[in-house]
Design a protein around this ligand. Structure first.
Ligand code: ADP
Length: 162
């Protein structure tokens, strides 16, 4: 049984994240998508909101479960008996930070590997922050996020404007 953790802020989940999740299910028996608190990043959605929309989107994908975590990722991965961590790579600028983090995680817990996955070409320019910016400015985001995420964005934006 090979378990992998896909950690992220998912603020919010985009079609790029979803593409990586689906690819990961082909390589591993169980994919745990884990929402990080990411308080330092001042998330737009609360942890509960991010977790709820994520769970809704992946509910029909076999072998995928969702959760949240705080603290050291490698400790969480070890607790879940995961053999690896998935990270998505889009552009070269992602590489430096991700590479450094992967090596630090290896130093902290030697047996947990980091696996990098690339999304489909059409998703490489997608990021949660760009999606939020486009939505905030009234742009159409339906091509970038699942329907339930689009609805959550709309609801949250109108609540914030009130
Ligand atoms: P974090 O705060 O951990 O970077 P994100 O939700 O921004 O959380 O990203 C989680 C992971 O998904 C990261 O490895 C990131 O590089 C990757 N990722 C983000 N957007 C995409 C995308 N469009 N395609 C593939 N991977 C992505």
């Amino acid at each position: 049984m090979r378990t992998v953790i896909y950690p992220g802020s998912f603020d919010p989940l985009t079609n790029g994240h979803l593409d990586v999740i689906k690819r990961a299910t082909k390589l591993f028996d169980r994919v745990i998508v884990a929402v990080a608190e990411s308080n330092g990043k001042k998330p737009f959605f609360t942890l509960a909101e991010r977790k709820r929309t994520l769970a809704k989107v992946v509910k029909d994908i076999p072998n995928v479960t969702t959760t949240s975590f705080s603290g050291l990722l490698v400790d969480f991965a070890a607790k879940k008996k995961a053999c690896a961590i998935i990270r998505g790579l889009r552009v070269v600028s992602d590489f430096e930070f991700e590479f450094q983090m992967a090596l630090m995680n290896r130093r902290l817990k030697e047996r947990i590997e980091t696996v990098f996955m690339m999304p489909r070409g059409k998703y490489i320019y997608l990021s949660s922050s760009l999606v939020k910016e486009v939505a905030r400015l009234g742009g159409e985001v339906s091509a970038f996020v699942p329907d339930s995420v689009e609805q959550a964005l709309r609801k949250k934006l109108s609540a914030k404007r009130r």
